[in-house]
Write a protein that binds this ligand. Sequence first.
Ligand SMILES: CSCC[C@H](NC=O)C(=O)N[C@@H](C)C(=O)O
Length: 611
Amino acid sequence: MVKETYSFERYLNVRAAFGPHFSPDGKKLSFLTNITGVAEVWSVALDLQAATPLWPDQLTFRGERVSGAVYAPHADTLLVSGDIGGNERAQLFLLEADGSSLTPLTSNLDVMHIFGGWSPDGQHITYSSNERDARYFDIYEMEIATGERRLLLQHNGTNYAHSYSPDGSQIHLTRWLSNTRSQVLLVDRATGAERALTPEPDTEGRGTVYQAAAWSADGEGLYLLSNRERQFHSLAYLNLSTLELRYLSEDRWDVELLEVTKDGTRLAMAVNEDGYSTLALFDVSQGWEQRQALLTPTLPRGVIYDLTWSEDGSRLALTYATADDTMDVWVWDLVAGAIARATQSARGGIPRTSFVNPSLVHYPTFDGRQIPAFLYLPTEQQQKLPVIINVHGGPEGQARPIFDPVTQYFVSQGYAVLAPNVRGSTGYGYDYQSLDDVRLRMNSVADLQHAALWLRESGIADSKRIVVMGGSYGGFMVLSAITTYPDLWAAAVDIVGIANFVTFLENTGPWRRKLRESEYGSLEHDREFLEQISPIRSVDKITAPLFVVHGANDPRVPVGEAEQIVAALRQRQVPVEYLRFEDEGHGLIKRSNRLLAYPAIARFLEQQLHK
Ligand SMILES: CSCC[C@H](NC=O)C(=O)N[C@@H](C)C(=O)O
């Protein structure tokens, strides 16, 4: 039987739903979905006994990305965050839960507003913003009824508001010195006094991260995740009186998500085990030592993106995806012991059975390490294939077995796709994540070289048809790979990538420069090294045809990075195609733009690999 193949457009029309939040009465679930081409807020009535979910309602019609929606604690309204044109300058809105109105709460379109949480009485919200100084995030509070806001905590650093204490008197925030050094603090709403709950981050030596804190019901402590003196982020309890941090879980892998019910009796956590998520639920009503493991749903191996409890703690919503099925919102009913798929995102009319799951492989690299990677193989042929090495961004990031329509399309076209977690990736411990820092940068690019060598030696790859593709930091990796190891690649695809570390650090959003210098090196101390390893410096080495995509509004990797590499290559007669999108930022989030870019990339690769 001839295998049915589907156009790229069909794959790019696979929808996704994510970011759930229960209404206070638990009868509705809001979520984000890109059904209309970009993420908007929808809601669905919850009748988990219904054989199929009830029809959802669309609540926002911005035509621009919504990045979050959170119900107020005692009203049928939601706090919605969204930006314009991918510029990440998120604004805050108040949405009536029937979709009848979307009222802007912030109006300065030049600054970022990052929602933290609702006050327990629903009268206020806390958020962080760089309104005072583009380089720094301060903590603000706004009275919803009047729109009046006040600067609660001013600090020349990166402060993110997270939540109010159960009694509403304190706001919990984290302060970030770098990507690996943070601190937990409280700010008193009445006095504005800040109280450090964990030590001020060291500027030297090993960093420590504290994150994802959840209040205990009595407000006496915070459950949180930390890697203090550990390789992996582990569950811990911070006593607010003594400031003692007590680990509650062993660190075999990163605990990546943590949510506690409002009454503090139930705790949900997700663990990232070699890229796959496992869920654990506990009754902690008698304290952690007397915890009781609760029944968890049986789900196929995949990735949990977020967790949220219903007000009464009887249900847990989670966004879940597997490599062979799109992201959707599931609801676990702890009373009924039943799991239900609350959203049913369309798969572009493509049978789920045609999507493939990867295998987790490990390949040897230059220093004897084994690099973990997810390998997707076409079902028919599995040798001497065209291969795409798809490099994740970050570098603090991780390739995981999630649904990616671009990967699935290329596999359906007979490509193998390898998604490596080169050194510097998260998910494998502090030391592994540090193996690419600053002067070690090019070792991670060498891991890409060895991925290509392994694919050739294992017979999977046709050595003349190996492509390297990547976005953001992954785009840097692409450009670095084709300048450093030019003979390996038949073609390359750079999406919002860094071409020049000096101009990138000079021009990236001022609020992120210091944080990113901790990963890459600083303009003050490492300029010469950064110039030396910047791909723009070695454009003369490039022979691989290159496809470049960038968003004009990119606040992270300015579009000038793409312009530089394209201009340089056009002077050298290297085949280069370039798509610049005026209504996008750090990546393509609008389906209309994805429908232009990705089929063009596929045609480009077809041309270059079969010329
Ligand atoms: C974890 S912070 C940076 C993640 C982001 N994603 C893509 O790689 C990013 O912007 N990375 C690069 C470009 C950066 O360091 O700014």
